[in-house]
Design a protein around this ligand. Structure first.
Ligand code: C2O
Ligand code: CU
Length: 541
């Protein structure tokens, strides 16, 4: 399956789910899209031809792209969108990533159906740090709307309120047995008794963190976000939009038969309606044709707002080491709130509270996309496209998680503010969740880097006390961290990848509302510490 050059045709295709047929945007008419394979350290090329109706870009989520922000993908951050009829050849440079990553469109809500897995295999001749699985299977979680997703987005933006909830969760594009008109297409994984399978899990859902489990089977996590972890055996896993997990599954049930694998939302926001339905796929033992068919057993999943269960899992993930840079100190600490807010609505016709519209922010700045990309403006020194005041100095302090926060805090500033970072410095970022409109968990994703997740907790981050409990020994190395509801999370990375790197909440509605910023990591002194020259043809805005 390994090739150096790939062609992605962005194209509409007709799909039927939940008793209804519609056109969706796809790559090569596939949903989910094709799996890309690479070996550790490879460079591959994907030529994206936009044969659709909308602007689009593609992002290689979790691929650090050393010195190569040109092919990172987020629209108006590192490139202008590929317009209908246009083409862009992405150069995807793998370095130390290993395991499962994914690619997805990074333009409006097109990623709902334009996504697929990336599998990074060990170098030729090298092997896994665990027994070779009998088979490897992508398990991609998604969300399905019966309506056209671009219409869902338009209604959402026009309403000023929250988006319409999806109609189903999906596993490998299928809702599963508990949704209407779906059971005949439920994804089935055939397994042989006594064999081990590697599930390459991707959460490509738009707006929900998920719990996942398989009836009567435990899962052994061996990787997360494109890095190995210490093996961790669990009855359920938690996976946020943007995150990936590599899990070993042992087909060890003597009774054979069939078992459900199931996923359902983990959602903490109070008062926000969401889809609490369950998507399923079936684990089917081969050679079981003699026993009469029975309906598969359902796994038990934690309750939808069981934060304790969620963080019990998240907190158990550990890196196997060795650490890629020392964790005894940092050079710069950046503390930023992540909040849902409200903004005044010009026509007062809005669904938000008191004639406002909902918004989101980091450190009370609701990010505004510029009309040429930040990378171009930075590289060619075009003024007036972005400011460099993120986060505002001094940082914006209040009792972040208090009740009845003064409403003046609800209104963020709309601006395009980025943060400039010195090459090779060690950066600590503390994300502080707030209780402004609705406290909830935020999966924060940084492009261009993986980072160590040193700690997290509930309530306000205490600069003195909380760092004493950091895990500086074997913290997990991830690219998306879940900031707990009304709590904080601290990460650290070494800024040795010069470029323009997007940082955002991976809940799509929060990204639309402005919960994002950009880190510009400056060039180092040596030639091999600088951004690569741009490709000859970049799309124009
Ligand atoms: Cu999955 Cu901006 O990324
Ligand atoms: Cu968020």
């Amino acid at each position: 399956a390994w090739r150096r050059h790939h062609e992605f045709f962005v194209k509409e295709a007709t799909y039927t789910r939940l008793c209804a047929t519609k056109n969706i945007l796809t790559i090569n008419e596939q949903f989910p899209g094709p799996t890309l394979y690479a070996h550790e350290g490879d460079t591959i090329y994907v030529k994206v031809h936009n044969n659709g109706r909308y602007n689009i870009t593609v992002h290689w989520h979790g691929v650090n792209q050393p010195r190569n922000p040109w092919s990172d993908g987020p629209e108006y951050i590192t490139q202008c969108p590929i317009q209908p009829g246009d083409t862009f050849n992405y150069k995807i440079i793998f370095s130390t990533e290993i395991g499962t990553l994914w690619w997805h469109a990074h333009s409006d809500w097109t990623r709902a159906t334009v996504h697929g897995a990336i599998v990074v295999l060990p170098k030729h001749g090298a092997s896994y740090p665990f027994p070779k699985p009998h088979e490897e299977v992508p398990i991609i979680f998604g969300e399905w709307w019966k309506e056209d997703v671009m219409e869902v987005l338009q209604e959402f933006v026009a309403s000023g309120g929250g988006p319409r909830d999806s109609d189903a969760y999906t596993i490998n594009g299928q809702p599963g047995d508990f949704y209407p008109c779906s059971s005949q297409d439920t994804f089935k994984l055939n397994v042989e008794y006594g064999k081990t399978y590697l599930l390459r899990m991707v959460n490509a859902a738009m707006n929900e963190i998920l719990f996942f489990a398989i009836a009567n089977h435990s899962l052994t996590v061996v990787g997360a976000d494109g890095s190995y972890t210490k093996p961790l055996t669990k009855e359920y896993v938690v996976i946020a939009p943007g995150q990936t997990l590599d899990c070993l599954l042992e087909a060890n049930q003597r009774e054979m038969g069939s078992y459900y694998m199931a996923a359902r939302a983990y959602s903490t926001a109070v008062g926000i309606p969401f889809d609490n339905s369950t998507t399923t796929a079936v684990l089917q033992y081969d050679g079981d044709s003699l026993s009469p068919p029975t309906s598969p057993l359902l796994p038990s999943l934690p309750f939808y707002n069981d934060t304790t269960a969620a963080f019990e899992f998240i907190g158990s993930l550990k890196s196997p080491g060795p650490l890629l840079f020392p964790l005894n100190k940092y050079d710069t600490q950046i503390i930023s709130t992540v909040s849902v807010n409200t903004l005044p609505c010009p026509n007062n016709s809005s669904a938000g509270p008191n004639g406002t519209r909902l918004a989101a922010s980091m450190n009370n700045i609701s990010f505004v996309f510029p009309f040429i990309d930040i990378l171009e403006a930075y590289y060619y020194q075009i003024n007036g496209v972005f400011g460099t005041l993120f986060p505002r100095v001094p940082p914006f302090y209040f009792n972040f998680t208090g009740t009845d926060l003064p409403s003046i805090l609800l209104t963020p500033e709309r601006a395009t503010e980025v943060r400039v970072i010195q090459y090779d410095s060690i950066i600590e970022v503390v994300f502080q969740g707030t209780n402004l409109v609705a406290g909830l968990d935020h999966p924060m994703h940084l492009h261009g880097y993986s980072f160590y997740v040193l700690g997290w907790g509930f309530g306000n981050f205490d600069k003195k006390k909380d760092p004493l409990n950091y895990n500086l020994v074997d913290p997990p190395f991830r690219n998306t961290v879940i900031v707990p509801i009304n709590g904080w999370a601290a990460i650290r990375f070494k800024a040795n990848n010069p470029g323009v790197w997007f940082l955002h909440c991976h809940l799509e509605r929060h990204l639309t509302w402005g919960m994002e910023t950009v880190f510009i990591v400056k060039d180092g002194k040596e030639v091999q510490e600088r951004i690569l020259p741009p490709p000859r043809h970049m799309p124009r805005c």
